[in-house]
Write a protein that binds this ligand. Structure first.
Ligand code: AMP
Length: 262
């Protein structure tokens, strides 16, 4: 699902007035997006859930909602879910220090971290993520305004129920946490990915995360101030990454997340 507003010819008064919303090159503003892998019989329930999300988003009312449904191959790759932890953090300033410390431990350079913050704290929100090389900090995605969108990702049905129970026990059983955890698990599993940084572009959601196959999915409260419309995602990649093959994996390869405690 993709919801946007301000498409050419549809520029709303609201957008003109709101300087916190920066349009992209196509003159559209990203409102909301979602993806998943589902069985046919789940489709109508999921589509109505996505539609509701698109139409009631704190980033505003969309002019356009696009729902795309594709059949995926029967044989799916599976990857284990990342472990989930929550770090202690009481302010955006502290979050920056914490993130810098954790990403440096993974060998990511200060230059790359700076590029990532510039991207993830931007008001001109992208639909996808930036690919930032871990040493040079060079941005490697072909379309810098759109980014690369991780797609074709889902969770094994039986494990989904188990995960809901596990997350309920720690008070985190929400669509938002689950979807981000599934996305981060698919992304972190690729050999050319070193880490991910995510700051939501939702002004009411101030918990971000960093994720890596080494340290799992680490939630960071107060990563930004409430009311802040900026946000973004960065995938840190190895300096010698095969970028085209990585993009193919992120965007096209169907992956199901499975339990890490088999
Ligand atoms: P969200 O956590 O949904 O608020 O998204 C935060 C940012 O992550 C968005 O502004 C996008 O730039 C990026 N993003 C959202 N969904 C995806 C995705 N499936 N793949 C890559 N980047 C994404």
């Amino acid at each position: 699902m993709r919801a946007s507003k301000g498409a050419k010819g549809h520029k709303s008064l609201e957008q003109k007035k709101d300087s916190r919303l920066q349009p992209d090159a196509n003159d559209t503003i990203h409102i909301s997006g979602a993806e998943g892998i589902f069985n046919e019989e789940e489709l109508s329930r999921i589509l109505s859930r996505y539609l509701k999300r698109a139409m009631k988003h704190s980033r505003g009312n969309p002019d356009r909602i696009t729902l795309t449904i594709e059949r995926v191959a029967d044989v799916l790759h599976t990857v284990p879910i990342l472990t989930i932890t929550t770090l202690e953090c009481d302010s955006p300033e502290r979050a920056k220090l914490l993130i810098t410390e954790k990403l440096s431990e993974l060998g990511i350079s200060k230059t790359a971290i700076k590029t990532a913050f510039d991207t993830a704290c931007s008001t001109s929100t992208m639909r996808g993520a930036a690919l930032v090389k871990m040493i040079s900090g060079n941005r490697s995605e072909p379309d810098k305004l759109r980014g690369v969108r991780a797609s074709r990702l889902g969770i094994e049905k039986e494990f989904n129920r188990k995960l809901s129970k596990r997350l309920s026990r720690i008070g985190l059983n929400t669509d938002r946490v689950k979807e981000a955890l599934i996305l981060a698990s698919k992304v972190a599993h690729h050999k050319d990915i070193v880490a991910e940084l995510c700051i939501s572009d939702d002004p009411v959601y101030t918990i971000g995360y960093i994720a890596s196959s080494t340290h799992g999915y680490q939630r960071i409260p107060n990563i930004k101030n409430s009311g802040d419309m900026s946000g973004g995602r960065v995938f840190f990649i190895k300096e010698d990454a095969d970028v085209l093959s990585l993009i193919k994996y992120l965007e096209k390869t169907p992956v199901l997340i499975v339990d890490n405690k088999q």
